[in-house]
Structures are given as structure tokens and as C-alpha cells.
Design a protein around this ligand. Sequence first.
Ligand code: SAH
Length: 260
Amino acid sequence: MTKADGRTRLNIMTFEIKRRPLLRALGLVAALAGGGAEAQDPYARERAALLQEIAAMARDTGAETGRPVFNARVMAAMAKVPRHRFVSALYGPLAYANHPLPIGHGQTISQPYIVALMTELLDPKAGDAVLEIGTGSGYQAAVLAELVASVYSIEIIEPVGKNAAALLQQLGYTNIHTRIGDGYNGWPERAPFDAIMVTAAAAKVPPALAAQLKPGGRMVIPVGGPGEVQILQVMVKQADGSISTQRSLPVRFVPLTRSR
Ligand code: SAH
């Protein structure tokens, strides 16, 4: 989903060879912890391999993102959330490949590296209340829910949002609050937020979202209109209410649509 996409396959092959001892160590820890973790979680190995690929991509893109090494808490959340549950059974074997996948209704679950990067750039703190625009599969919301106190996530396509809400409940996430609606206007009843993540591309930053950010709060949002290159932006609201903006990587997201 980013220009780094082309390297994915090569990365998998190289770190498989280099990282064997680590994978074995992870397996041992899992075996000591619960016994037969592989049997309980058939994707444990693939998920561990994906984490190594994310770490390698973080290093490769570090000069552009300013984050060559992702926070251990962010990586632990990526290691914990079962991505295969957020895609249709048809895509199960691809769930831990570092690619976006279709989730129906013309929407996609983002590339895992991009989920990790956006989470990293948001600097999530344990006590934070975070607003997400674009629930989609619910995967990003689950990753955030591992890291912060509460997640508020809005989805504009009703069946997509309902599906995600049911899955998140099934997985036991009690700190994720979902809503069907147009996220362009944010969630004023629950504002202000410590952080806001937008997972659909906007031509311009929706003013309501900037307004619903606490002073010191951060927003991560892909910005770019139809046919334009989208740039992942990190915005920080200063104590005086002004907003500073940093540009990160070029990305490709589905558009932020508007209800009429
Ligand atoms: N975060 C998701 C991926 C998002 S794909 C995941 O982890 O799977 C982008 C999603 O944003 C789509 O589901 C799309 O329907 C939704 N979306 C687009 N415009 C929106 C809007 N104005 N308000 C809320 N959701 C929106």
C-alpha cells in the first residue's frame, strides 16, 4: 500500500533466515506460558514473522518517518491482535502477509506496516481517549484498544460498522465504542480526544476533527484529494490551539466520503 510494497516478498525471505533463533525463542516462551500455543494459535509463527518485517520496514523508512524503531508497546499490540479474525475466512492464509486486503463494500483493511506506523506516529498513552474515523474491519481499533484507555470509532457504511462492532465484542474489547455515521464531523459528545486517527484520505483536514483534539493532542491523517498523491500527516495541537503539521510517507487510502 506504500511505495515500499515491492520489497515485501524479499524481506520475508531474508528475515526468515536471519530471525530463526528469535522465532524459536518466541515459540519456547509461548510453550512455557501456555503449552501448545501453536495448536491454540495456528498463526503464531506467521504473526511473529510479520513483526520482523514491520521492524525491517520501519528501519528502511526511518529517515522519512523519523521512527526507525517502533515503540515496544506498539509492536506488542501488533503481536497480540489476531488479524486473521478481521478478514474473511477466504483470506485467512494471507492475513499475516504485509498487504491490505478487501473487506467488502469496496473497502480495505490496511497494510499491517501502515497500521503499525500510524499507531506509532499517534504516540498512544495508556490513559488516552482516541477517536478513529473509518472503523472498517475494526483491526486498527483493536490495535489501539490494546494501548489506550478507550477508543471511539466511527464508520459510515452501516453493514461494515455493524460487522466490526460484533467482532470486537466477540473478541472481548470492552473499551471500544463504535458508531455508524459521518466521521467528518467527529464525535462531539465524546470530545475532546487525546488523539485522532483518520484511516480514510481527506482532501483537507476536517475542521471539526482539529477542533476536537485536546491541547497537546495528536492527529494522524492521510491527506490528498481524488487523483492526488496522499501524504500521511502528523498534526499536533499546541497549548495555544494552533496546529503544527509534519509530513510523513506517501500512502494510498480509500477516500473519506460524506453523508448527504
Ligand atoms: N481502519 C480500518 C481500515 C479503514 S478503510 C481497518 O483497520 O480495517 C476506511 C474506512 O473508512 C472504510 O470502511 C470507509 O467506509 C470508512 N469511511 C470513509 N469515509 C468515512 C466517513 N466520512 N466517516 C466514517 N467512516 C468513513
